[in-house]
Design a protein around this ligand. Sequence first.
Ligand SMILES: NC(=O)c1ccc[n+]([C@@H]2O[C@H](COP(=O)([O-])OP(=O)(O)OC[C@H]3O[C@@H](n4cnc5c(N)ncnc54)[C@H](OP(=O)(O)O)[C@@H]3O)[C@@H](O)[C@H]2O)c1
Length: 336
Amino acid sequence: MSTEPDKRIIAVFGATGYQGGSVVKHFHNNPATPNLVMRALTRDPTSAKAVALSNTGVAVAQANLSDPSTLKTALEGVHGVYLLTDFFATFFTTLSAEAETQQGINAFNVIASIPTIEHVIWSSAPSITHVSGGKYTNVVHMESKAKVTQYVKEKLPEVWKKTTELYIGAYYQLWVQFPQFFAPKKVEDGGAWVMSAPCGEGLILPGVDVRDTGATVHGIFLKRTELGGKTVSLVGDDTTGTGDRLKTWGKLLGQKTAWNKISDEVLVGNLSALGIPEMLVTDMADTNFAFRDFEGKILHGEGIVQAKDILPDGKKLTTWEEYVKTENWDSLIQSG
Ligand SMILES: NC(=O)c1ccc[n+]([C@@H]2O[C@H](COP(=O)([O-])OP(=O)(O)OC[C@H]3O[C@@H](n4cnc5c(N)ncnc54)[C@H](OP(=O)(O)O)[C@@H]3O)[C@@H](O)[C@H]2O)c1
């Protein structure tokens, strides 16, 4: 895995996915960062997504966060790391959140042993139990990441000093990625697309175009000295209420829309009816309730640096309206 001596390698976990894919795309052959080269990490370099990356000239290497023996080679000689753990990849096989925590710990233990690493960007999340003062304790996909952060702060303080924690809002892409959970539903042929949620339509929820991850990571690298040991929050269009987002979507796609405020109990019932594991029902329900009740403290808490304030080259984060205009909605519309 050698490279030209003046080049600095950034290893990217999740390079075949949304966040890591955005990071690789942003930096690969970017004239603004000529000395940075990407090392895209994947469990399977022969997968279609990994081969597609390789075909664009990106160096692809094998790494499995559940297998620490693969991580030393994958991170050898690198200058920086974009570290992402995938909650869902392990949850559906183990029905537990502990495997994700262990993956993060595996990675940080290896990072601690590699002296060339000067900066880590850790795609993390806050503890909702902590933020909500113990009111909502079931958001396991965020607690599992917060436990990794706690481990690094306590056990690897020198690594923490060169780590920037990145919180990422709910992807705008969730409507097309998991329509059954997040998209409005068309109630009947010719009827409106109805969004059912346990909040009023004026509530502002922290959404983001996940394709802005790369530019955010660039901004963090540029300020890496001051952002070591700090938290950056990536939240895109944070002034549009959820109801207005729905209306904008309907207007741009020529669809009728309607808001349906439901009770907390109805939300839990709706989630249970999807046949998903109980732990995911309570996770998703508490996620909804916590972002409704405590949003100001979750991604906009005290001391958290906002991505929009550190983006390079005057770049702006994508608004919901801009995102809607660029997404392919065919599959969702045809499902209605
Ligand atoms: N959806 C949201 O709104 C949102 C918001 C904030 C944070 N998150 C968090 O984002 C994470 C998912 O990120 P994403 O959406 O970018 O992923 P994604 O598009 O679903 O893809 C998952 C990525 O994780 C990699 N991966 C999975 N298991 C791995 C393992 N054992 N070792 C190494 N790599 C592994 C996969 O690589 P290969 O398959 O190539 O190995 C793939 O690149 C989750 O933890 C989620 O909680 C999501």
